[in-house]
Write a protein that binds this ligand. Structure first.
Ligand SMILES: [Zn+2]
Length: 110
């Protein structure tokens, strides 16, 4: 059911996050904006969508050197000690990198 996508792993400027990620990747706040539900309710909605494989959770990272954000990996176990930025080629220890929860959208609920 999960389709491999060419945009996965490519870098995205934070300012272009919504435009580039579009309907492919969304953050919790973008889901809330789109669905207009309370934070607590959105959390449960996301849990259901993830359990039904409509949303796939990803961890996105922001490079502290050039501020690019990109979907990085799917589980915390995959986070390595250092994050290599494909844009500026900077290698940063994980403790200096910001992490975000984002969701790959397989399907939006009706
Ligand atoms: Zn960078």
């Amino acid at each position: 059911m999960h389709r491999k996508d060419d945009t996965v792993g490519k870098a995205i400027l934070p300012s272009a996050l919504r435009r580039v990620l579009g309907d492919k990747f969304v953050s919790e706040s973008q889901i809330r904006t789109r669905m207009g539900k309370s934070k607590h309710l959105i959390r449960s909605v996301i849990d259901v969508l993830v359990s039904q494989r409509m949303f796939i959770p990803w961890i996105a990272v922001r490079c502290p050197a050039c501020h690019y954000v990109w979907p990085y990996c799917k589980t915390e176990e995959e986070v390595e000690a250092e994050v290599f930025c494909p844009i500026c080629n900077e290698t940063t220890p994980t403790e200096f990198v910001e992490f975000y929860d984002v969701y790959e959208v397989i399907a939006w609920p009706d």
